[in-house]
Write a new protein. Structure first.
Length: 187
């Protein structure tokens, strides 16, 4: 009798762990990743404007969401959680980059990125070059070297024959000026 009760409890425990997967939930982590990676990448790219940082931030979002996110959550819940995680990751990025905390992911705009079907990734468009063309030569040059050629601050400083500290300040000012210039450039 004791063996029968033990077997029944074990079977009930197994049944409790199983859950139905419908069309509104994801089957596993790989499905979550495949369905959302391009959308999150586009969102991050729209905020930072360069491919290497957008790729790093996108992977950081998934790494941060890996443990706390429930696979059994509905698709809208998963996407909302990924947006909230993206906001936190982006704030950390801007805090490290500019020394200020920027958490400007408009939820309504982010939902458009997340709900839109993924687009094929393309090369950076000419919008970046149009923004850079509006900047003074030194600002344009430092941003081109740092973000379009993916050079380190030390490499940029050597290339431009300035100190690393000066390169940091120049990059900071150039990013702010590019942000202002980008407001007038139509995508």
């Amino acid at each position: 009798m004791a063996g029968l009760v033990g077997d029944t409890c074990a079977k009930q425990e197994t049944v409790r762990r199983l859950h139905a997967v419908d069309a509104e939930t994801y089957a596993d982590w790989e499905t979550i990743y495949v369905d959302n990676v391009q959308r999150l990448y586009r969102l991050m790219y729209s905020r930072v404007g360069n491919r290497p940082d957008a790729e790093d931030l996108t992977s950081e979002v998934f790494m941060a969401a890996l443990e706390p996110l429930r696979i059994s959550a509905s698709k809208p819940e998963v996407r909302a959680y990924l947006i909230a995680t993206a906001r936190t990751v982006l704030a950390g990025y801007w805090r490290r980059t500019l020394g200020i905390e920027v958490t400007s992911i408009d939820v309504d705009a982010a939902v458009l990125f997340i709900d839109d079907p993924p687009l094929p990734l393309s090369d950076p468009d000419d919008r970046a070059w149009r923004v850079l063309d509006r900047l003074p030569e030194r600002y344009r040059r430092i941003l081109e070297l740092r973000f379009l050629r993916s050079m380190s601050l030390k490499e940029v400083a050597t290339e431009m024959r300035i100190t690393v500290g000066n390169a940091k300040v120049l990059q900071h000012r150039a990013l702010r000026m590019a942000a202002e210039a980008g407001k007038d450039v139509v995508p």
